[in-house]
Design a protein around this ligand. Structure first.
Ligand code: HEM
Ligand code: HEM
Length: 194
């Protein structure tokens, strides 16, 4: 019998891609497509061709350039919400429960790994709920200020996700090269249950 069912593996890799995509959109928003940096650049370049724009106009132009990219944050956000529901259903399968069984018998290291997954899922649930709330704040009759406060918490928890992802990738690579040979390829071909 396979250690990781096909649907679990598909879930893992689609989920990993969606999270990396979400982090990618945040990276672009904070770097190459930052409205502050681009508003400054636009103001300067337009002034070189004798077009004067106000700070508000420059901000409007810069956010318009960013907008199509940021739509991906929302689309991937919906995908994440769907993937979390799918993960919930997978908990009813052997593969979905695997990392959470016999917790007491685990080594300290394995306990930490399991806990990191539990915290990650809690964090992602929070991100999906706050993200959807910010996106639909008007439909939910929330004020702009409340949406802004929620966005601050959304951004705070983002830091935890940002820490988990490289730690997880480095962790499985270290495990693969030390005492858990095949841990990564098992997540590709399914492995065998021992
Ligand atoms: C791209 C490189 C990645 C590799 C090679 C990789 C590999 C693995 C492997 C081998 C496992 C099983 C480990 C174990 O049993 O403890 C695993 C589990 C897991 N991975 Fe990844 N992963 C990658 C990216 C990601 C990303 C970007 C995320 C998103 C946050 C992610 C989320 C998870 C989660 C939540 C689990 C635990 C699944 C469970 O509930 O049992 N992985 N990964
Ligand atoms: C791992 C998952 C997610 C991460 C890491 C993440 C990260 C972030 C970050 C860092 C910001 C603040 C950007 C800034 O102001 O510089 C943000 C804003 C936002 N996120 Fe997410 N997010 C995630 C999931 C979601 C989901 C599921 C949705 C729902 C569709 C969503 C919708 C939004 C919205 C609407 C904003 C506000 C954008 C604005 O002010 O124009 N996010 N996200």
């Amino acid at each position: 019998m396979k250690q990781w069912r096909l649907d679990f593996r598909v879930w893992h890799w689609v989920h990993a891609t969606v999270i990396l995509g979400l982090l990618g959109t945040v990276f672009l928003r904070k770097t190459f497509l930052s409205w502050r940096a681009n508003a400054e650049l636009l103001t300067q370049k337009l002034s070189e061709i004798n077009i004067a724009v106000t700070a508000d106009q420059a901000k409007g132009l810069a956010t318009a350039i960013r907008a199509p990219m940021w739509e991906w944050h929302i689309l991937l956000g919906y995908a994440l919400a769907a993937l979390l529901l799918w993960r919930l259903l997978l908990f009813f399968t052997q593969s979905g429960k695997m990392n959470y069984l016999n917790y007491k018998e685990k080594t300290l290291h394995k306990k930490m790994v399991t806990l990191s997954y539990v915290f990650l899922y809690a964090g992602l649930l929070f991100m999906a709920m706050t993200g959807l709330t910010i996106h639909f704040y008007e439909a939910l009759s929330l004020t702009k200020d409340t949406a802004h406060d929620i966005k601050e918490t959304h951004e705070l928890v983002y830091n935890a996700i940002l820490i988990f992802v490289p730690l997880h990738i480095i962790g499985v690579i270290v495990a693969e090269s030390r005492d858990e040979k095949g841990i990564i390829s098992d997540m590709i071909h399914g492995g065998n249950r021992t």
